[in-house]
Write a protein that binds this ligand. Structure first.
Ligand code: UTP
Length: 296
């Protein structure tokens, strides 16, 4: 029997080294890089809160303490803003402060892979379903990706849900790919999963975009999961085993995902999110068009 209980907790694995973004990530976690005027992690936390998540669990590593500070009060800053009567700034900071007791932090002592990072959250998650959001993937769409997934999770009566998007078939070897069967709501039943399939062997072009709803039975599987692709403990390998016992559905996200862990995705995210803001669009649209028109 799969668990139908509400998805209350979300796990954010933020312990990776961010090697694709060096030297920027030598001293600044990639989750704290800024898209327009907010750190990347804020977009992902906002998506979780929009989906009804009540508790945020961060799996951090060395050099990531600034993430914990970001989700706390900055006493001196607050005091100075108050003295200067900066009401708008105070309201802004107040709006992003999670209520006391709704964040937890644990450490992945060595970056052994995403599967291992998720396993590190087992005590904080406990015996209930949870959302998992990869914090370097940020999304634009009419409906938040996790919100749509929670709806599908409720429609399908529980189980596990993975968000997918379509990629060009010749790019499928770069991603975790799912095979799909019958339709369920805004998604499909998953018939198979494979991490980075050899070119030409992918069961579909639906790639896993970094959002999951998982049942706690994934934890004992990850506890004994051996290293896989890239010599890392892979979450997909654990999910393939869980799929022998439980249902998995794919939520087909209608929007765009930007991989802010890579330079191209990060730059595109900045442009895309800037153009969505009327105050910024009005000043950057013209210069951006000129820059592109001037390309040789
Ligand atoms: P990535 O592979 O994109 O992150 O993992 P990375 O390892 O930091 O990046 P590169 O390849 O070196 O540039 C996806 C997510 O999983 C987390 C990362 O922080 C990222 O958010 N992760 C990955 C962990 O928390 N622990 C790990 O051991 C690996």
């Amino acid at each position: 029997m799969t668990d139908k209980r509400k998805v209350r907790k979300a796990v954010f694995p933020v312990a990776g080294l961010g090697t694709r973004f060096l030297p920027a990530t030598k001293a600044v976690p990639k989750e704290m890089l800024t898209v327009v005027d907010k750190p990347v992690i804020q977009y992902v936390v906002d998506e979780a809160l929009e989906a009804g998540i009540e508790h945020l669990i961060f799996v951090t590593g060395r050099g990531k303490a600034v993430i914990e500070d970001y989700f706390d009060i900055q006493v001196e800053l607050d005091q100075t803003l108050r003295e200067r009567n900066k009401k708008a700034e105070l309201t802004l900071l107040d709006g992003i402060l999670p209520p006391a007791g709704t964040t937890s932090f644990t450490r992945q002592q060595s970056p052994l892979g995403l599967g291992h990072a998720v396993w590190c959250a087992r005590e904080l998650v406990g015996n209930e379903p949870f959302a998992l959001l990869l914090p370097d993937m940020i999304m634009q769409g009419e409906k938040g990706c996790l919100k749509g997934m929670v709806e599908l999770y409720e429609q399908s009566g529980g189980g596990n849900v993975i968000a997918v998007e379509e990629c060009a078939p010749d790019q499928a070897h770069k991603y975790g790919i799912v095979g799909v069967g019958d339709r369920i709501g805004e998604g499909y039943k998953i018939t198979g999963m494979v991490e980075k399939p050899a070119p030409g062997t992918a069961p579909s072009n639906f790639y896993i975009n970094g959002r999951y709803i998982l049942q706690p039975e994934i934890f004992p599987i990850l506890a004994t999961q051996e290293r896989g692709a890239g010599n890392e403990i892979q979450l997909t390998d654990g999910m393939i085993k869980l799929a022998n016992e439980q249902d998995f559905a794919a939520y087909h996200f209608q929007g765009t995902t930007y991989d802010c862990g890579a330079k191209d995705g990060f730059i595109l995210a900045n442009v895309a999110f800037a153009l969505q803001r009327s105050d910024i669009r009005s000043v950057v649209e013209g210069p951006l068009k000129e820059l592109v028109a001037g390309l040789k």
